[in-house]
Design a protein around this ligand. Structure first.
Ligand SMILES: Cc1cc2nc3c(=O)[nH]c(=O)nc-3n(C[C@H](O)[C@H](O)[C@H](O)COP(=O)(O)O)c2cc1C
Length: 181
């Protein structure tokens, strides 16, 4: 049987900036959707953090499967300068059934960075201890659920449509009264 490993790599993002730093842009959404489907099929779990123009991703799975994914990742033009900062055998997958957990929690990372004596997120400056602490943050932090976000957006659109329909009805009623009266 293939060895189970945990890999952490970092990269510089090459995607358009979103207006708000905590907002999931369309590129990140696409990456997450693709990762979640592919990783499920390959029995890979992990987490992704995006901040200050950098990606920090932890992946856990069978060594050969992860290495082949890493080759694919290196060819992805949405990021560059990929660097593996930790690679070790593990006895089990710590990210459980997260095909790809996503953490945009800027605030919490700022706290962590302050404890490192850093003002901006730059994982290329991380040593082993900082990497370990960042990993712990990924494990314990809560995911920004894409499904929830989509549902929120849908219910918001439904409210807007209802309000519009009511406004049209009201205008029609006023126009009707004006015409007959
Ligand atoms: C930061 C980043 C993280 C990614 N993480 C994953 C991942 O965990 N799993 C995955 O399959 N693809 C991931 N991708 C996408 C891959 O680079 C690639 O586009 C995808 O695996 C191609 O899948 P396909 O052959 O099914 O089209 C990631 C891309 C980026 C930029």
């Amino acid at each position: 049987m293939n060895k189970l490993v945990q890999m952490v790599y970092i990269s510089r993002a090459n995607i358009p900036k979103t207006s708000q730093s905590d907002e999931i842009g369309p590129e990140i959404s696409k990456i997450l959707r693709k990762s979640r489907t592919n990783n499920r099929a390959k029995n890979i779990v992990g987490a992704l953090y995006f901040g200050n123009g950098y990606f920090f991703q932890c992946l856990e799975g069978e060594e050969s499967v992860l290495m082949s994914l890493y080759e694919t990742l290196k060819k992805d033009v949405r990021h560059k300068d990929l660097k593996i900062i930790s690679l070790k055998p593990v006895s089990s997958r710590s990210f459980g059934n997260w095909e790809m957990k996503y953490l945009p929690a800027e605030q919490d990372v700022q706290k962590l960075l302050r404890s490192f004596g850093m003002s901006n997120f730059d994982p290329y400056q991380f040593d082993d201890t900082k990497t370990e602490k960042m990993l712990n943050f990924l494990l314990t932090g809560s995911d920004l659920d894409l499904k929830e976000k989509t549902e929120e957006a849908c219910s918001c659109t439904a409210w807007k449509l209802t309000a519009l329909a009511l406004a049209i009805l009201l205008s029609a009623e006023i126009a009707w009264r004006f015409l007959i009266g």
